[in-house]
Design a protein around this ligand. Structure first.
Ligand code: PEP
Length: 249
């Protein structure tokens, strides 16, 4: 059995005050949800504050991106070594907003995945198709290509210690979630495709769904056989709403 994981992606949001209120508001829901892993990905400037607020509460945290480099003349970057020092467990990698606005190719994403993992963090690889690709019937081919770039560099065994987040780009921040049946079909395809390379890795890897997840839709999504939790954007900024999603898992 795979443990459900509910992860919040705060994107470029937060103030010192809102971070304090949000983390404090998540401690009870996270404690109450035994058997569910809770995680948050704040902007890196808040990591020290999050580390102090979380204390020994069962809330893991991570970054939304990481540099492929560990140190040096790379202005504006955040090293996976630094993220580890701040207590991060995870780093997202290849979020569609990074692919779209920062031109991150599958090769760049794979190199970052490798750097994140080599420095002791769990990469959360975000994959998913655009609306155009979806309408052209290319969803399966797109997610395979995105996964293959990582497998070519790191091997399929790298997914022993990684998380996959399937996030159809057309569902992110649009209020238009994939139906649980649509999401399950893609998750099953991803797991089956991985299983054709390594059955035990495929069985173990957590595959999260992301794209306009709300408390009202979470239970139905989590009831699907291959949906092991969620990566939540907008709704993760509201303690009550995110708490209800954690409870649904
Ligand atoms: C995300 O940013 O990963 C995401 C899924 O956002 P939202 O839940 O707002 O669609």
């Amino acid at each position: 059995m795979r443990t459900p994981l509910v992860m919040g992606n705060w994107k470029l949001n937060g103030t010192k005050d809102s971070v304090t209120a949000l983390v404090n508001g998540l401690i009870e829901p996270a404690k109450a949800a035994t058997g569910v892993q809770t995680a948050i990905c704040p902007p890196v400037v808040f990591l020290g504050q999050v580390e102090a607020l979380v204390g020994d509460a069962p809330i893991a945290y991570g970054a939304q991106d990481a540099s492929v480099n560990t140190s040096g003349a790379f202005t504006g970057e955040n090293s996976p070594v630094m993220l580890k020092e701040f207590g991060c467990t995870y780093s997202l990698v290849g979020h569609s907003e990074r692919r779209q606005y920062h031109n991150e190719t599958d090769e760049v994403v794979a190199a970052k995945f490798k750097a994140i993992q080599e420095n002791g963090l769990v990469p959360v690889l975000c994959i998913g198709e655009t609306l155009e690709e979806n309408e052209a019937g290319k969803t399966e081919a797109v997610v395979e290509t995105q996964l293959k770039a990582v497998i070519d560099l790191c091997g399929v065994e790298a997914f022993e210690n990684a998380v996959i987040a399937y996030e159809p780009v057309w569902a992110i921040g649009t209020g238009k979630s994939a139906t649980s049946e649509q999401a399950q079909a893609v998750h099953a395809h991803i797991r089956g495709w991985l299983a054709s390379q390594n059955a035990s890795v495929a069985e173990k890897v957590q595959i999260l769904y992301g794209g306009s997840v709300k408390a009202a839709t979470a239970k139905e999504l989590f009831s699907q056989a291959d949906i092991d939790g969620a990566l939540v954007g907008g709704a993760s900024l509201l303690a009550d709403e995110f708490g209800a999603i954690i409870a649904a898992a």
